[in-house]
Write a protein that binds this ligand. Sequence first.
Ligand code: SAH
Length: 278
Amino acid sequence: MEVILPQNKMIQPNLADTSSARRPGLVYLIGAGPGDPELITVKGLRALQKAQVVLYDRLIAPELLREAPSDAELIYVGKGADCHTLPQEQINALLVQYAQQGRTVARLKGGDPFVFGRGGEEAQVLAEAGIPFEIIPGISSAIAAPAYAGIPVTHRDYASSVTIVTGHEGKAASPPVNWDALAALGGTLIVLMGVKALPHFTTRLIAGGRSAQTPAAVVQEGTTIRQRVVIGTLEDIAARADAAGLSSPALTVIGAVAHLHDLLAWYEGADQQRNIHE
Ligand code: SAH
């Protein structure tokens, strides 16, 4: 079995034997978990082990790809947080085409497929094409990366709500994020896709009335051996993350729970000194 790693060019998909007469294959939309390859579900792993074709994203651990059958076709579709190698429409079309060949398809997505994973769009396309599919939820980075940084997203003493929001408000068609409302809401805020936008949304939250002293953390590549954590406040977390050179994939935790990192940090990845403290 050939494993095609993300840095490689996508191989040319073999769609030659498309036959509309054949019964379509089953497509599994699988949440592969946040990074640590052992954080895929048992169900997700079993589905992967049955796949004839695997379409996978940038953040999928290579160890997981080795779990596919040795004769499975592995196709990197390169959809990461910030760089989309293949437009979503092409990924959708590939899913449909492979299924129409009667093959069992595993669509491996980072974290959970329905949490900012565009799994909803892929499922819609499959449903519209009459292709059978199963959704296998995954452990989202939104919960797991804070957990590996020793930050519980809710806590009886500190936070009764957790809100997961995108920091990347690129598309005019998407509903905008109401930062003023989020500032007023309190609780824990988890911002995905937002390392570059950190100065923007932290400023917006302070302007909206959230205290500048609110604890904050940025977790890069959480749950992997490369995990890095930067701790600060709403006021200085953007500068601290920048100074530490943090980059995507990373998420930001804002709220009183972030200070628990100091007490509860337990995961040290491969390098005991990776975590960056004040
Ligand atoms: N469906 C995914 C999220 C996809 S959006 C999930 O449920 O986890 C991609 C964003 O997720 C990244 O920009 C980053 O903000 C976050 N992310 C994904 N993996 C991460 C990780 N290991 N550590 C920190 N953030 C991560």
